[in-house]
Every structure is written in C-alpha cells, then in structure tokens.
Write a protein that binds this ligand. Sequence first.
Ligand code: GLN
Length: 391
Amino acid sequence: MKRVQGEWQVSDRVKLLPSSTIKEMTRLSNRHGAINLAQGFPDFSAPETLKSAAIRAIKEGYNQYEISHGSAKLRERIARKLREYNGIEADWEENITVTCGSTEAMMDTVIALTDPGDEVIVTEPFYENYVPATVISGARPKYVRLTEPDFRFDEEKLKEKFSSKTKLMIVNTPNNPSGRVFNKAELKLVADLCKDHDVTAITDEIYERIVYKGYSHLSLATLPGMAERTVTISGISKTFSVTGWRVGYAVAPRRLTKAIRKVHDYMTVCAPSPLQRAAAEGLAMPGSYYKSLRDSYERKRRFMLDSLGGMGFKCVEPQGAYYILADFTQFSKSDDFAFSNYLVRRAAVAVLPASSFYATKEAGKNMVRFSYCKRDQTLKEAVQRLKRALN
Ligand code: GLN
C-alpha cells in the first residue's frame, strides 16, 4: 500500500477511527444556516437552579482542581439518586467516579477493562462513541443487530456473539437512536449471558429520565447477580439540558472503580469543579422537575410523530430518549447521506443519516434520525421547512 507522506506519524489505532458523522452534520448545518435536528442538544435554557449555582460556585472560588474522582457532595447526591431512582446501592466513597461527561466515563471504562484482542459486544444500531472507545483500547467490537422494525433483542443472535474472548457488553437504555427502553425480559437475557460467560456489562443510561408513558426505566445493575459485574454510566447532560457542561459518572464495584479512576485521573484529572457543585444542586431538585421534563418531551415527541407521519415518513415510535428514526423512502430512492445532504441544502434542516449507527453494510440507509430536544417553535419551523422542501 502506498504510504501517504507523514502518515507514519499517526497511530494505526487512530487511522481505524471513523470521523464523527454527528459533528460533520453539525458543521454542514452551521454552514447552511439550518435548524440542527442532527446533533442531540437542547436549544432551550437549562434550569435556573443549575445556572445560578454554577455562577455562584465560580464567584465563591471553586475554580481549582476537584478531588479527581468527584466532589464528595456530588458523589453523595449521585448515591442518593441511584438508591431512590435506579434502585442501585452504591457507596459514594467506593463506587462512584465523576467524569467529563458520560462519554469520558465510557472511554475510561473500556480502556480500564479490556486488553488488545478482547471482544466487546455492541448492539446495532449503536451510539457512535462506543466503537471508538473499543478501537482505542485495542479491543474488537462484535456487533449484534437489534431486530427491526421494533428493535428488540434476538436471543439466538445475541447468544452467538458471546465467546471466550468476550470481555464486555455495552447496553444503552433508553436507546439512542432507536428510542427503545429495554424491558425486563430483554435485560434478563443480557444478564444471564453475562453471568454465564463471566462478562462485564456497561450500561449507558444517560436518557434515564426521558421515558414515555407506558414504559419504565430499568437499570441492568439491579438484576440478580449483576451489581458485581455492571458499570452503570449516566450524567447530567440530558436530564438538566446542559450537554456542554460535561459532567457524567460511572458507578461500579470497588475493584473496577479503582481501575476506572486511574484512567480518569490521567485522562482529564477531574470534571469542572464549579459545575460539579451546580450538578449537586440539580440533583436535589424535587420530583416535579423530572415530571415536567418528561411531559415536555412527551409533547414534542407527539408533535414530531404526527407531523413527520403526516408528511409520509414512516417513524419508529420512541419509548424513551429524544430521537426519531424515520424511513424516508416515500420521498427518495437515494441513500440516507444523499437525502440528509438534500434536506440540509433544500430545507435548511439538518438530520442524521442512520447508516452511521451501523457497521453492517447497507443497514440504515433507508432512514434518518431526527432529534427533537428543541423549543416548540423550532420544531414547528423545522416541520414547515420540511413540508416546503418535500411537497
Ligand atoms: N448524544 C448526542 C447525539 O446522539 C450528541 C453527542 C455527540 O455530539 N457526539 O446526537
């Protein structure tokens, strides 16, 4: 193979990394002055409680390094929330590591728990960060496809993926991009296989507070025998609409926490100290906050399902999180990248090509993902633009 000049300076591992489609679509969106329904970040304000707490913390002088694995106050609050909401018993001193977003928690955990050659089971469609975390660790992703159209676990397909090389399985519930909230039977299947094969599970539960009527969030770590082999990852980004603050955490048994903390310390030293103080105040907000967050997303979801469905998109109804996967083949025979490019140019609305959530060739090419974590008026305007471009 011809060597590109200077290529030897870049590691083989990094050459294997795909670049982020989410960021690429955001760049395109900005270039075309589009409404960005590609990257999942709110365009509305964070709760006043958090904003004023962050400002106060900076003014009061919380501007130096925090304890590397997180302020005592924040870890105590996280432990309380884990007990009350998730049903997970965690010791704030032994089991919790605060990180720069759940993305860092995932990266630290995969690096801390895998060796080169290990296999990591990743469900398809997957959130785009799981594969880079695996590849950077020198481990190999093994993909298991959720069965469409309703994105369920298939017992036989999942069983086939477990081997003597399997070290980890990554589960994301509520799921990005499918919107699935995995039920008890599905999580029990995952738990039984992990126990049988001595595999550790990592669960990404960042959307745990955005779960629609009729569904409820279940943490894998609460299933019998799973607390000792599960790393539960979450954060404040989606719950408090502060995706740019980068405060997340990993909850794990003591022996795993020690390893995760080591990686975290060398990776970032600590998450931003004033924002950890604000996060602790956020976690002390009353239950009514979470109800209104969910009600507001319930309304946005209904509006988008009705509007997109009315136009001719075939939508997968999300059970949780704030994304809709929609089949667009009614409008175009071209693939998802071409269709997304068309929409950003013609409609000034950016969406995400769904094949970027799959490693399997051809998968997802008939769908795009809409993020609806936007103000009602933004969503209305986006729908009008889409109607104009597609009618
Ligand atoms: N979680 C968000 C999404 O899926 C954004 C994350 C990112 O920018 N990579 O769109």
